[in-house]
Ligand binder design. Structure first.
Ligand SMILES: C[S@@+](CC[C@H](N)C(=O)[O-])C[C@H]1O[C@@H](n2cnc3c(N)ncnc32)[C@H](O)[C@@H]1O
Length: 272
């Protein structure tokens, strides 16, 4: 039996960050046309809004519990979604932002559904990343832009390019090895500062950013020196942007090689 013969299906869609204004017509149509909708959203108001689009919206939020490993929570969410797919339902998973950006559950649920022969795919949404480019006036193409999950930056030896932007996600739980906490704190952020201080001066200015999730809100855009990051108020919904600290270094050897290619191409054209 190939995938299209099985009756169950899964689509994971993103609602964007700001209530009402970011949802695409396609995402809305998937929500409305599905048999069951699972929702992992930024707050209760957004969940209420999605409930108006479909009579059977099931929140994934109750799976979260302080002290319980997030990996266990995520696996339970995938299982809840897959149970309905296996029962032959058209299932829609609704996630805030982009369902594929720093989000384990949608990727895993789609992978498992496909491996079992069901139709499953993802529709993109507007992520916190998209909002920060707009709100902070950053073009990731100007100097390049690196994205790291803050804990991953601590747990592994990563190489940072301080001539590009650096965007740090999940700084509110930076350094949580248990995966079971909703917040770490100043001492953990101090470790993050010590790691970043290898590439940036302590007075380097960072931006604490939080996109508006309700149309009446303004984004949080707060500038703070790297050395003061431990004392800053940073929650689950904050992202930290580290602007470049150094100028890009020209690469004369590569430029010389390219110039030689230009010359060769020009003389080929001249002799043609
Ligand atoms: C599990 S990820 C989910 C990201 C989401 N899928 C997206 O597309 O933006 C959670 C992290 O996203 C970032 N985030 C969530 N809400 C945010 C907001 N309102 N503004 C800025 N960043 C946010 C924070 O770094 C947070 O720790």
């Amino acid at each position: 039996m190939n995938s299209t013969d099985l009756p169950g299906s899964l689509v994971c869609v993103g609602l964007g960050m700001t209530l009402g204004s970011h949802v695409s017509p396609l995402a809305r149509s998937h929500i409305e046309q599905s048999d069951v909708v699972f929702a992992a959203l930024s707050d209760g108001v957004v969940e209420l809004w999605v409930s108006q689009m479909h009579p059977d919206v099931r929140s994934l939020q109750p799976f979260y519990q302080e002290g319980k490993s997030r990996m266990q929570t995520y696996r339970q969410m995938v299982e809840a979604i897959l149970t309905e797919v296996r029962a032959g339902k058209r299932v829609c998973g609704v996630f805030y932002g982009h369902p594929g950006v720093f989000a384990w559950v949608p990727h895993k649920a789609i992978q498992v559904a496909q491996s079992e022969g069901y139709r499953a795919h993802m529709e993109p949404g507007i992520s916190a990343e998209d909002c920060l480019y707009a709100d902070l006036g950053i073009d990731p193409g100007k100097y390049g832009c690196q994205h790291f999950e803050a804990s991953q930056l601590l747990f592994y030896r990563r190489r940072i390019d301080a001539t590009a932007y650096l965007v740090l996600w999940q700084v509110g739980v930076a350094g949580d090895q248990s995966l079971a906490r909703f917040a770490t704190g100043a001492a953990y952020r101090q470790v993050l500062v010590d790691v970043l201080a290898r590439d940036y001066p302590l007075q380097h200015e960072l931006i604490i950013y939080r996109a508006a999730t309700l149309p009446i809100q303004q984004p949080r855009i707060e500038r703070v020196a790297l050395g003061d990051l431990p004392q800053a108020d940073i929650g689950m919904a904050d992202t930290v942007v580290v602007p470049p600290a150094r100028a890009m270094e020209p690469n004369p050897e590569i430029r010389a090689r390219l110039a030689a290619l230009d010359l060769a191409a020009a003389s080929e054209i001249a002799s043609a």
